[in-house]
Structure formats: structure tokens, C-alpha cells
Write a protein that binds this ligand. Structure first.
Ligand code: SF4
Ligand code: SF4
Length: 152
């Protein structure tokens, strides 16, 4: 992870979205994600432990959100996590990144990965730690992997 990666001082999506992915990505199924860090989600998917709790926070996340964070299984994380870009990482806006940051009181990133200087809007319908939605639906282009970072 590059040192200028804005995720290192964020972590909001890891404590906002349900991170589900196909169980074939778990270590016991010849994947990489430690089994002890996942829970069953449905017949073919597992979910990162902690991300479907009422106050979601992935148990692999360490550090303080909005200050300094890290993923304890970074090299072994699922495709769902690997393929979730931060806003402007690939030149495009990413509303899910923005929404997670806003829920944690963090300004959306600008094109150069700096927090926006525009005052945060009032979001009466969104609470910090709002109930998780699956992250999967949004990144449905992952096709047969049935990955999901969904907001449900
Ligand atoms: S919300 Fe965006 S900036 Fe924050 S950790 Fe997730 S992808 Fe990175
Ligand atoms: S596995 Fe790592 S990147 Fe994925 S949600 Fe958990 S802390 Fe975030």
C-alpha cells in the first residue's frame, strides 16, 4: 500500500459496509482469508466478522478510523476488499467511498485524494455506524465471484 494511500488515514468502509465474498476465498477452501475472521452469510458466501454487526467494524481492522488504520490481513484480504477503490483511485468518483467517509464525519476525497474543503452537508438520515448494507450489490460486475461489498 503506497504511503500516500488515503485509506491509511481512513478505514471508514471497513466499519460501514458488510464485506461478503464467495466462500472459496477462505483459507480452508484454498483461498487466503483466515477462516476465523469470517462468518457464514448464506449458502455460498461468507462475511468478514464484525461487518454485519449493528455497529459494523471488521475485526481485521486495527487503528483509529479517520486517524491511522491498517488491515491485519492486507495481503490475504478478499477480492471484495481488494477491488473496492477509494474515490478517484482510478480517475472516477466513488459514491460508496464518499458515503462511508461521510458517515464517519470525514469529507469525501477530492481528485488528488485530499479531503474536500467543502463543508460537510447535513445528512439527517445517516448516522455514524448506520446499519450495514451489503457492499456487494454495487460491485456486481465481479460476476461469478459473487463478491459483495453491499449496502443493504
Ligand atoms: S472509505 Fe474510501 S478512503 Fe476510506 S478506507 Fe474505504 S476506500 Fe479508503
Ligand atoms: S479485511 Fe481488511 S480491507 Fe477488508 S473490510 Fe476488513 S479491515 Fe477492511
Amino acid at each position: 500500500m503506497a504511503s500516500d494511500n488515503p485509506c491509511l488515514t481512513c478505514g471508514a468502509c471497513c466499519a460501514f459496509y458488510k464485506a461478503t465474498f464467495h466462500r472459496s476465498e477462505t483459507a480452508s477452501a484454498c483461498g487466503s482469508v483466515p477462516d476465523e475472521l469470517v462468518e457464514d452469510h448464506d449458502s455460498f458466501r461468507v462475511v468478514m466478522r464484525g461487518t454485519r454487526w449493528a455497529k459494523p467494524r471488521c475485526t481485521a481492522l486495527h487503528g483509529d478510523i479517520g486517524v491511522s488504520v491498517g488491515c491485519s490481513i492486507y495481503e490475504a484480504r478478499s477480492s471484495t476488499c481488494r477491488e473496492f477503490p477509494y474515490a478517484w483511485e482510478h480517475g472516477d468518483a466513488h459514491d460508496k467511498c464518499d458515503r462511508a467517509r461521510l458517515a464517519w464525519g470525514l469529507a469525501p476525497l477530492q481528485a488528488r485524494h485530499e479531503p474536500s474543503t467543502v463543508p460537510l452537508p447535513e445528512l439527517p438520515g445517516i448516522e455514524v455506524h448506520a446499519g450495514p448494507d451489503d457492499v456487494a450489490g454495487a460491485d456486481a460486475t465481479l460476476g461469478s465471484r459473487l463478491v459483495s461489498r453491499t449496502r443493504g
